[in-house]
Design a binder for this molecule. Structure first.
Ligand code: PGA
Length: 264
């Protein structure tokens, strides 16, 4: 059964390297205001924002909670501690109350040497530490134009599926979701068409089913990311295989993000 009802919906914002803690606190007050009295979301809708690491402290977490938003880290290391300058560990994040991590974002892949292998290592640790994860995949424009979209997605999925296969029998399936973010749509204002998004999501679900079975494939939330806006969110979220969105630029404006949160 491939029914949206059997899956959680995940509405996520990725602030990238924007906002200070003070700005973040003001943002959440504003977001609560725009969400209005029905601000509390339905329990099947998970709402999370990935701010820059210095906005993950207690004060910002409390402000986010007022808007029924959880916070997550934009990256995480596979080791628990050690000589890894500039990295964050799952254990450290959990100490400060952070349960969510974003892994394999295309900007990490493009600018900071993230590979399928390093993304897989991060995921493996995050799952064993019981973190909630959004794992990102997506093809570049050159890959799409060369007709390689499915090949690239399948390659990026190998590590993800392997980690899930290893983790599943021993660990409770915490919230794990996959974000399909075509690189050519990120920050460019070019959203994938609804048929491009649905086609990629259906392909991904089929690949998951091949390795992990129909039951897992039909319960794993798949998010779309890449120039999601308050105007196009609802249409994307109505697609049969789109269970959520990962929003960059448009998540920085509380009014617009409130609209996106109300689009389910
Ligand atoms: P965008 O970014 O919405 O600004 O295109 C999406 C992302 O990078 O996750």
């Amino acid at each position: 059964m491939n029914s949206k009802k059997s899956r959680s919906r995940v509405l996520a914002g990725n602030w990238k390297m924007n906002m200070s803690p003070g700005e973040a606190i003001a943002y959440f007050a504003d977001l609560s205001h725009h969400l209005g009295p029905q601000g509390a979301s339905d329990p099947d809708v998970l709402r999370v924002i990935f701010p820059v690491a210095y906005c993950l402290g207690q004060h910002v977490q409390e402000a986010a909670a007022q808007a029924h938003i959880q916070l997550g880290a934009q990256n995480v290391h596979w080791e628990e501690k050690g000589a890894f300058t500039g990295e964050l560990s799952c254990v450290g994040l959990k100490h400060v109350g952070i349960q969510w991590v974003l892994i394999g974002h295309s900007e990490r892949r493009q600018y900071f040497g993230e590979t399928n292998e390093t993304a897989q290592r991060r995921l493996s640790t995050a799952l064993s530490q019981g973190m909630n994860v959004i794992f990102c995949i997506g093809e570049t424009l050159a890959q799409r134009e060369a007709g390689k979209t499915e090949e690239v997605l399948a390659e990026q999925l190998v590590g993800f599926l392997q980690c899930l296969k290893t983790a599943m029998p021993h660990q409770p399936m915490q919230t794990i979701s996959l974000a399909y973010e075509p690189v050519w749509a990120i920050g460019t204002g070019k959203t994938a068409t609804t048929s491009q998004a649905q086609e990629a999501h259906a392909f991904i679900r089929k690949e998951i089913s091949k390795v992990l079975g129909e039951q897992v494939a039909s319960t794993l939330p798949l998010l779309y990311g890449g120039s999601v806006t308050p105007e196009n969110a609802r249409e994307l979220l109505n697609l049969p295989d789109v269970d959520g969105v990962l929003v960059g630029g448009a998540s920085l404006k509380p009014e617009g993000f409130a609209k996106i949160l109300k689009s389910t």
